[in-house]
Design a protein around this ligand. Structure first.
Ligand SMILES: Nc1ncnc2c1ncn2[C@@H]1O[C@H](COP(=O)(O)OP(=O)(O)OP(=O)(O)O)[C@@H](O)[C@H]1O
Ligand SMILES: [Mg+2]
Length: 251
């Protein structure tokens, strides 16, 4: 993304609501923003809506109401296909379930975003050989040199190794926004610290939105946000007055 196109805010959420098809309202957020290049640590109890919020920001889920402007694009009024395009061009996402393609090898998994975005493929390198070199560089940085060389399918990796492949895939092609949902849950303490340091250094100028239950990781980040403090969906779930109590008359 060129300098003149860089929006003032990387993520700008206003009056966002997200309700699942079964009626569970997961998000009710007045305001939430992320600055370009900011490293933000988002935490909150299980079920508080972290993955749902990341899904809206990644463009996987459309807001039920309100505005979600991501990298300058109004996701609340865009089609799913247009949101998918922006994600492929400009975002790196590490989902809580990784979403690797099990029968592809490590390098093929890392280079998947290049299949969906020509811009991104060109940013990685002009030829297949250059792209493979870049994928191997990231896999080496994340401690997967041997596994990458062995040409094994992703399905044969441990959970922690799969998380690191998903991180390399998120980093490939200089995305402007990296979204990471519990990317260290299967890593031991030492691997975890190295992983975060590598992720943040390879992210270069990208904004990083990182979700974790592990508060000890927060010292790597510029800002901490507790989702409970900004998400009021629980408070607003009362839909009818209690029995025996007349509904309040309109003023
Ligand atoms: N596919 C779904 N259909 C319906 N409700 C869902 C779905 N996924 C999540 N929810 C509900 O949305 C709310 C928020 O879930 P979410 O997965 O965003 O929480 P979380 O903070 O990421 O939790 P965790 O820390 O366990 O990953 C929960 O009440 C959950 O039950
Ligand atoms: Mg989650």
């Amino acid at each position: 993304m060129s300098t003149e196109q860089t929006p003032a805010l990387c993520v700008n959420i206003q009056d966002l609501e997200y309700t699942w098809a079964n009626g569970v309202r997961a998000l009710s957020i007045r305001h939430f923003s992320v600055l370009p290049s900011e490293r933000l640590f988002l935490h909150g109890p299980s079920g508080s809506g972290k993955s749902t919020l990341l899904g809206v920001i990644a463009g996987v889920f459309a807001p039920t109401s309100g505005e979600a402007t991501i990298l300058g694009q109004p996701f609340h009024s865009m089609t799913a296909a247009a949101r998918d395009r922006l994600r492929a061009d400009a975002m790196g996402v590490i989902f809580q379930q990784f979403n690797l393609v099990p029968y592809l090898n490590l390098v093929e998994n890392v280079l998947l975003p290049c299949r969906f975005s020509r811009d991104r493929a060109e940013r990685v390198g002009a030829t297949d050989a250059k792209r493979i070199d870049k994928a191997l560089h990231l896999l080496n940085r994340l401690g997967l040199e041997e596994e990458a060389k062995a040409n094994r399918p992703a399905a044969e990796l441990s959970t922690g190794q799969q998380q690191r492949v998903a991180a390399a895939r998120a980093l490939i092609g200089s995305p402007s926004l990296i979204i990471a949902d519990e990317p260290t849950s299967a890593l031991d303490a030492e691997t975890r610290d190295t992983f975060i340091a590598t992720l943040l250094s390879e992210a270069q100028q990208a904004a990083v939105l990182f979700v974790s239950h592990d508060a000890s990781l927060s010292n790597h980040f510029d800002r901490l946000v507790a989702l409970d403090n900004i998400n009021f969906s629980q408070d607003e779930r009362v839909v009818s007055p209690p029995l025996n109590m007349p509904a309040r008359a309109e003023a």
